[in-house]
Write a protein that binds this ligand. Structure first.
Ligand code: SAM
Length: 282
């Protein structure tokens, strides 16, 4: 009998991956956690039935959420990752020797436990000595922080369930306060493609532009996310993601990447007209 994982992307669209076997299934205090093996995408993680990452395409998301801000901001030392319990963002961050401290704030300890056991491709650097893991709600964690982080990466689930608070005005305002003067926040900014997703994306975008003086959106192609067209938000106090991009420093680092490069960095901020219109409407 064939086994398929199917995610409902809209009332009229589903996305399916043929599954070889189910590796893990469990219910945590916050969500249902499943891991499957597939031939096309390798092992993949879902939370409450929503795709989080696959071994085959996770590099796109994790490289774009980390290398874009890391090559704009100078001398990043303290980083806060909110969500990101799979460890993919941390794996990319620890490649930068300038970083002294990474606080990873994940609400669900079970996600980290399961990813360490079954997803070593992403979780491989969670034991790096610079990483401190906090099992907490990111919304509450940032409330008490002031002028502490050079970079905040919001690697959250979607704007419902445990992730809902990470798309609020209160949260973005507290992230602004938690950042140093050279600081920036990058978040997964959802998809612009299907109308229901676009409305949620616009709502969050409006809150970010109301909270930060500099705010730009960039994009990547992520095959296993709804529509494949995914956005990221870059919001900062002083640094502009293109004007302050240091391509020379990036090349000198000699980091091997599969998606990110200097041309992609600049090109990712060139948005299709329909996305520009959605962002201007807010
Ligand atoms: N790349 C993924 C995506 O966009 O689908 C996100 C991956 S990561 C697994 C998302 C993590 O955010 C989950 O492990 C979830 O438990 C965590 N999370 C959700 N809400 C949170 C909150 N309020 N505070 C901290 N972590 C949260």
């Amino acid at each position: 009998m064939e086994l398929w994982f199917t995610e409902q992307h809209t009332d009229n669209v589903t996305f399916s991956i043929k599954v070889d076997r189910q590796v893990y299934s469990g219910q945590s205090e916050f969500q249902r956690i499943d891991l499957f093996d597939s031939l096309e995408f390798g092992r993949f993680l879902t939370l409450d039935g929503y795709m989080m990452l696959t071994e085959k395409d996770e590099f796109i998301y994790h490289e774009m959420i980390v290398h874009v801000p890391m090559n704009v901001l100078p001398d990043v030392k303290n980083v806060l990752v909110i969500g990101g319990g799979d460890g993919g963002a941390v794996r990319e961050l620890v490649r930068y020797p300038s970083i002294e401290k990474i606080d990873l704030v994940e609400i669900d300890a079970k996600v980290i436990e399961v990813c360490k056991k079954y997803l070593p491709q992403t979780a491989c650097k969670l034991d790096d000595p610079r990483v401190s893991i906090h099992y907490a709600d990111g919304l509450k964690f940032v409330r008490s922080k002031k002028n502490e982080y050079d970079l905040i990466i919001v690697d959250s689930t979607d704007p419902f369930g445990p992730g809902e608070g990470l798309f609020t005005k209160e949260f973005y305002g507290n992230c602004f306060k938690a950042l140093t003067e050279k600081g920036a926040m990058v978040n997964q900014h959802e998809s612009p493609f299907y109308p229901k997703d676009a409305v949620a994306m616009q709502r969050a975008h409006k809150r970010i532009i109301d909270s930060f003086p500099i705010s730009r959106v960039y994009q990547a192609h992520i095959p296993t996310y709804p529509s494949g067209h995914w956005l990221f938000g870059f919001a900062s106090k002083n640094y502009h993601p293109i004007e302050n991009f240091d391509a020379v420093a990036w090349k000198k680092r000699e980091l091997k990447t599969n998606y990110y490069n200097d041309k992609i960095h600049v090109g990712a901020f060139a948005l299709p007209n329909y996305v520009k219109e959605l962002l201007e409407e807010v």
